[in-house]
Write a protein that binds this ligand. Sequence first.
Ligand code: SF4
Ligand code: SF4
Length: 289
Amino acid sequence: MRAPVNKMIPLSVVDGPGCRTAVFVQGCNIACAYCHNPETQRLCSGCGLCIGQCPSSALSLSGKSVLWNEAVCIQCDHCIRICPHHSSPKVRWLEASEVWAQIEKNMPFIQGITVSGGECSLYPEFLTELFTLAGKAGLSCFLDSNGCVDFSVFPGLMAVTDNVMLDVKAWDFQVFHRLTGGDNSDVKKNLKYLAQMGKLYEVRLVCLDEETAPGTGPSERREVDMEEVIAGVADEVRPYLEKFRLKLIAFRNFGVRGRLETRKSPPPEQMERLKELAVTCGFKNIQIV
Ligand code: SF4
Ligand code: SF4
Protein backbone atom coordinates (compact mmCIF):
# COMPACT_ATOMS: atom_id res chain seq x y z
CA MET A 1 0.00 0.00 0.00
CA ARG A 2 1.34 3.45 -0.95
CA ALA A 3 1.28 6.80 0.83
CA PRO A 4 2.55 10.25 -0.18
CA VAL A 5 5.76 10.86 1.77
CA ASN A 6 6.86 14.46 2.25
CA LYS A 7 10.13 13.67 4.00
CA MET A 8 11.94 11.27 6.27
CA ILE A 9 14.33 12.18 9.09
CA PRO A 10 16.65 9.20 9.56
CA LEU A 11 17.65 10.03 13.14
CA SER A 12 15.35 12.18 15.26
CA VAL A 13 15.35 12.71 19.01
CA VAL A 14 12.26 14.96 19.09
CA ASP A 15 9.62 12.61 17.66
CA GLY A 16 9.09 10.27 20.59
CA PRO A 17 11.37 8.41 23.01
CA GLY A 18 14.98 7.68 22.12
CA CYS A 19 16.41 7.97 18.65
CA ARG A 20 13.83 7.29 15.94
CA THR A 21 13.29 7.54 12.23
CA ALA A 22 10.48 10.01 11.58
CA VAL A 23 8.31 9.74 8.48
CA PHE A 24 6.17 12.71 7.45
CA VAL A 25 3.24 11.95 5.16
CA GLN A 26 1.56 14.53 2.95
CA GLY A 27 -2.08 15.58 3.38
CA CYS A 28 -4.16 16.61 6.37
CA ASN A 29 -7.85 16.50 7.25
CA ILE A 30 -7.79 19.86 9.05
CA ALA A 31 -5.90 23.15 8.59
CA CYS A 32 -4.63 24.62 11.85
CA ALA A 33 -4.11 28.37 11.91
CA TYR A 34 -0.81 27.79 13.74
CA CYS A 35 0.49 24.96 11.51
CA HIS A 36 4.24 25.39 11.04
CA ASN A 37 4.38 22.93 8.14
CA PRO A 38 1.48 24.25 6.04
CA GLU A 39 3.05 22.83 2.88
CA THR A 40 2.14 19.34 4.16
CA GLN A 41 -1.60 20.04 4.35
CA ARG A 42 -2.77 19.28 0.82
CA LEU A 43 -1.90 16.95 -2.02
CA CYS A 44 -0.56 18.67 -5.13
CA SER A 45 -3.38 19.61 -7.51
CA GLY A 46 -1.07 19.59 -10.53
CA CYS A 47 -1.78 23.25 -11.29
CA GLY A 48 1.76 23.58 -12.68
CA LEU A 49 2.42 27.01 -11.16
CA CYS A 50 5.71 26.03 -9.52
CA ILE A 51 7.25 24.31 -12.52
CA GLY A 52 8.59 27.34 -14.40
CA GLN A 53 9.75 28.92 -11.11
CA CYS A 54 12.24 26.20 -10.23
CA PRO A 55 15.81 27.58 -10.65
CA SER A 56 17.14 24.06 -11.33
CA SER A 57 14.50 22.80 -13.77
CA ALA A 58 13.84 20.00 -11.31
CA LEU A 59 10.08 20.05 -11.91
CA SER A 60 8.02 18.94 -14.89
CA LEU A 61 4.43 18.07 -15.61
CA SER A 62 3.23 14.65 -16.71
CA GLY A 63 -0.49 14.81 -17.33
CA LYS A 64 -1.87 16.15 -14.03
CA SER A 65 1.13 14.99 -11.99
CA VAL A 66 4.20 16.99 -11.12
CA LEU A 67 7.46 15.08 -11.46
CA TRP A 68 10.29 16.04 -9.12
CA ASN A 69 13.86 15.30 -10.12
CA GLU A 70 15.54 15.00 -6.75
CA ALA A 71 18.98 14.56 -8.34
CA VAL A 72 19.05 18.16 -9.64
CA CYS A 73 16.97 19.81 -6.88
CA ILE A 74 19.03 22.27 -4.82
CA GLN A 75 16.47 22.23 -1.96
CA CYS A 76 15.87 25.98 -2.13
CA ASP A 77 12.16 25.40 -1.26
CA HIS A 78 11.06 28.19 -3.59
CA CYS A 79 8.40 25.85 -5.00
CA ILE A 80 6.94 25.36 -1.52
CA ARG A 81 6.88 29.07 -0.76
CA ILE A 82 5.00 29.96 -3.94
CA CYS A 83 2.50 27.08 -3.92
CA PRO A 84 -0.93 28.64 -3.30
CA HIS A 85 -2.46 25.29 -2.29
CA HIS A 86 -0.47 24.48 0.89
CA SER A 87 1.25 21.69 -0.97
CA SER A 88 4.68 20.62 -2.18
CA PRO A 89 5.86 19.09 -5.44
CA LYS A 90 8.60 17.25 -3.54
CA VAL A 91 6.38 14.39 -2.44
CA ARG A 92 6.96 10.75 -3.33
CA TRP A 93 4.22 8.10 -3.34
CA LEU A 94 6.00 5.16 -1.73
CA GLU A 95 5.03 1.60 -0.89
CA ALA A 96 5.32 0.70 2.79
CA SER A 97 8.04 -1.78 1.80
CA GLU A 98 10.01 1.03 0.10
CA VAL A 99 9.79 3.22 3.21
CA TRP A 100 10.84 0.25 5.33
CA ALA A 101 13.86 -0.36 3.09
CA GLN A 102 15.00 3.21 3.90
CA ILE A 103 14.33 2.84 7.63
CA GLU A 104 16.12 -0.49 7.82
CA LYS A 105 19.40 1.24 6.98
CA ASN A 106 19.13 3.15 10.28
CA MET A 107 18.55 0.02 12.35
CA PRO A 108 21.77 0.08 14.39
CA PHE A 109 20.99 3.59 15.63
CA ILE A 110 17.23 3.72 16.26
CA GLN A 111 14.83 2.36 18.84
CA GLY A 112 11.70 2.99 16.84
CA ILE A 113 9.82 4.84 14.15
CA THR A 114 7.27 7.63 14.30
CA VAL A 115 4.89 8.53 11.52
CA SER A 116 3.69 12.12 11.51
CA GLY A 117 2.37 14.49 8.89
CA GLY A 118 0.30 16.05 7.57
CA GLU A 119 -2.00 13.57 9.23
CA CYS A 120 -0.79 9.99 9.40
CA SER A 121 -4.19 8.41 10.13
CA LEU A 122 -5.36 9.18 6.58
CA TYR A 123 -3.28 6.17 5.46
CA PRO A 124 -4.21 3.32 7.82
CA GLU A 125 -3.39 0.43 5.45
CA PHE A 126 0.05 1.89 4.68
CA LEU A 127 0.71 2.34 8.41
CA THR A 128 -0.41 -1.19 9.24
CA GLU A 129 1.96 -2.63 6.65
CA LEU A 130 4.88 -0.42 7.69
CA PHE A 131 4.40 -1.02 11.43
CA THR A 132 4.12 -4.78 10.88
CA LEU A 133 7.53 -4.75 9.18
CA ALA A 134 9.07 -2.48 11.83
CA GLY A 135 7.55 -4.44 14.73
CA LYS A 136 8.99 -7.69 13.39
CA ALA A 137 12.41 -6.02 13.43
CA GLY A 138 11.96 -5.08 17.10
CA LEU A 139 11.28 -1.38 16.62
CA SER A 140 8.59 0.48 18.55
CA CYS A 141 5.96 2.14 16.36
CA PHE A 142 4.47 5.52 17.24
CA LEU A 143 1.85 7.70 15.59
CA ASP A 144 1.82 11.48 15.87
CA SER A 145 -1.79 12.43 15.16
CA ASN A 146 -4.38 15.19 15.34
CA GLY A 147 -6.89 12.50 16.37
CA CYS A 148 -9.62 13.57 13.94
CA VAL A 149 -10.05 10.03 12.58
CA ASP A 150 -11.60 7.44 14.91
CA PHE A 151 -8.78 4.99 15.76
CA SER A 152 -11.19 2.34 17.04
CA VAL A 153 -12.30 1.52 13.48
CA PHE A 154 -8.75 0.36 12.65
CA PRO A 155 -8.14 -2.59 15.01
CA GLY A 156 -5.45 -3.97 12.68
CA LEU A 157 -3.48 -0.73 12.88
CA MET A 158 -3.94 -0.45 16.62
CA ALA A 159 -2.62 -3.99 17.08
CA VAL A 160 0.74 -2.98 15.57
CA THR A 161 0.86 0.55 17.05
CA ASP A 162 2.73 0.84 20.33
CA ASN A 163 1.84 4.41 21.22
CA VAL A 164 0.22 7.58 20.00
CA MET A 165 1.15 11.21 20.53
CA LEU A 166 -2.18 13.02 20.35
CA ASP A 167 -2.77 16.70 19.68
CA VAL A 168 -5.69 18.10 21.67
CA LYS A 169 -5.85 21.55 20.22
CA ALA A 170 -9.03 22.93 21.79
CA TRP A 171 -11.85 21.61 23.95
CA ASP A 172 -14.87 23.67 22.90
CA PHE A 173 -16.19 22.65 19.49
CA GLN A 174 -16.48 26.23 18.23
CA VAL A 175 -12.96 27.12 19.32
CA PHE A 176 -11.59 23.96 17.71
CA HIS A 177 -13.47 24.60 14.50
CA ARG A 178 -12.29 28.19 14.29
CA LEU A 179 -8.69 27.12 14.86
CA THR A 180 -8.64 24.11 12.53
CA GLY A 181 -11.75 24.02 10.34
CA GLY A 182 -12.49 20.57 11.80
CA ASP A 183 -14.56 18.73 14.42
CA ASN A 184 -13.01 17.52 17.70
CA SER A 185 -15.54 14.84 18.65
CA ASP A 186 -13.22 12.04 17.45
CA VAL A 187 -10.27 13.67 19.25
CA LYS A 188 -12.10 13.29 22.57
CA LYS A 189 -13.19 9.77 21.67
CA ASN A 190 -9.62 8.81 20.74
CA LEU A 191 -8.26 10.34 23.93
CA LYS A 192 -10.33 7.94 26.04
CA TYR A 193 -9.89 4.97 23.71
CA LEU A 194 -6.09 5.28 23.58
CA ALA A 195 -5.79 5.84 27.35
CA GLN A 196 -7.90 2.74 28.02
CA MET A 197 -5.79 0.74 25.54
CA GLY A 198 -2.56 1.86 27.26
CA LYS A 199 -1.41 3.44 23.99
CA LEU A 200 -1.48 7.12 24.88
CA TYR A 201 2.13 8.29 25.14
CA GLU A 202 1.61 12.03 25.12
CA VAL A 203 -1.10 14.69 24.87
CA ARG A 204 0.05 17.86 23.17
CA LEU A 205 -1.36 21.35 23.53
CA VAL A 206 -0.09 24.35 21.58
CA CYS A 207 -0.38 27.43 23.78
CA LEU A 208 -0.92 30.93 22.36
CA ASP A 209 -0.20 34.12 24.22
CA GLU A 210 -3.12 35.23 26.34
CA GLU A 211 -2.72 38.91 25.61
CA THR A 212 -4.10 38.41 22.11
CA ALA A 213 -5.83 35.07 22.70
CA PRO A 214 -7.70 35.58 25.97
CA GLY A 215 -8.47 32.49 28.01
CA THR A 216 -11.93 33.68 28.96
CA GLY A 217 -14.93 35.08 27.13
CA PRO A 218 -17.42 33.76 24.60
CA SER A 219 -16.08 30.72 22.76
CA GLU A 220 -16.74 32.23 19.35
CA ARG A 221 -14.17 34.98 20.11
CA ARG A 222 -11.39 32.82 21.47
CA GLU A 223 -8.42 31.56 19.46
CA VAL A 224 -7.67 28.74 21.92
CA ASP A 225 -9.11 27.49 25.24
CA MET A 226 -6.00 26.18 26.98
CA GLU A 227 -7.45 26.03 30.49
CA GLU A 228 -10.46 24.07 29.24
CA VAL A 229 -8.22 21.59 27.40
CA ILE A 230 -6.15 20.94 30.51
CA ALA A 231 -9.20 20.50 32.75
CA GLY A 232 -11.14 18.58 30.08
CA VAL A 233 -8.38 16.05 29.39
CA ALA A 234 -7.87 15.53 33.13
CA ASP A 235 -11.58 14.84 33.70
CA GLU A 236 -11.89 12.61 30.63
CA VAL A 237 -9.00 10.25 31.42
CA ARG A 238 -8.47 10.76 35.17
CA PRO A 239 -7.60 7.10 35.96
CA TYR A 240 -4.72 7.25 33.47
CA LEU A 241 -3.05 10.58 34.32
CA GLU A 242 0.12 8.86 35.55
CA LYS A 243 0.46 6.88 32.34
CA PHE A 244 1.06 9.67 29.81
CA ARG A 245 2.81 13.00 29.48
CA LEU A 246 1.15 16.36 28.97
CA LYS A 247 3.31 18.45 26.67
CA LEU A 248 2.61 22.19 26.74
CA ILE A 249 4.06 23.65 23.56
CA ALA A 250 4.69 27.39 23.43
CA PHE A 251 3.51 28.69 20.06
CA ARG A 252 6.27 29.88 17.74
CA ASN A 253 5.43 31.59 14.48
CA PHE A 254 8.22 29.91 12.46
CA GLY A 255 6.74 28.65 9.18
CA VAL A 256 3.22 29.81 10.07
CA ARG A 257 1.13 31.40 7.30
CA GLY A 258 -1.99 33.50 7.63
CA ARG A 259 -3.59 35.24 10.59
CA LEU A 260 -1.11 33.94 13.20
CA GLU A 261 2.12 34.45 11.26
CA THR A 262 3.10 37.55 13.23
CA ARG A 263 1.75 36.37 16.57
CA LYS A 264 4.29 36.46 19.37
CA SER A 265 5.09 33.50 21.61
CA PRO A 266 3.54 33.23 25.07
CA PRO A 267 5.82 34.49 27.86
CA PRO A 268 7.50 31.89 30.14
CA GLU A 269 5.38 32.98 33.10
CA GLN A 270 2.18 32.10 31.20
CA MET A 271 3.56 28.66 30.39
CA GLU A 272 4.46 28.15 34.07
CA ARG A 273 0.96 29.20 35.11
CA LEU A 274 -0.55 26.64 32.72
CA LYS A 275 1.77 24.02 34.16
CA GLU A 276 0.59 24.90 37.68
CA LEU A 277 -3.00 24.51 36.52
CA ALA A 278 -2.13 21.09 35.09
CA VAL A 279 -0.60 20.05 38.41
CA THR A 280 -3.77 21.19 40.18
CA CYS A 281 -5.84 19.13 37.74
CA GLY A 282 -3.85 16.01 38.62
CA PHE A 283 -1.30 15.61 35.81
CA LYS A 284 1.89 13.93 37.01
CA ASN A 285 4.15 14.23 33.99
CA ILE A 286 4.19 17.70 32.42
CA GLN A 287 6.69 19.12 30.01
CA ILE A 288 6.97 22.65 28.67
CA VAL A 289 8.70 23.07 25.31
S1 SF4 B 1 3.07 21.96 -5.74
FE1 SF4 B 1 1.54 23.59 -5.64
S2 SF4 B 1 2.11 25.07 -7.23
FE2 SF4 B 1 3.22 23.15 -7.68
S3 SF4 B 1 1.87 22.07 -9.12
FE3 SF4 B 1 1.37 21.34 -7.07
S4 SF4 B 1 -0.35 22.59 -6.36
FE4 SF4 B 1 0.60 23.66 -8.15
S1 SF4 C 1 13.29 23.04 -3.84
FE1 SF4 C 1 11.70 23.21 -5.43
S2 SF4 C 1 12.17 25.13 -6.52
FE2 SF4 C 1 14.01 24.58 -5.34
S3 SF4 C 1 15.26 23.38 -6.77
FE3 SF4 C 1 14.04 21.89 -5.64
S4 SF4 C 1 12.20 21.56 -6.87
FE4 SF4 C 1 13.19 23.45 -7.62
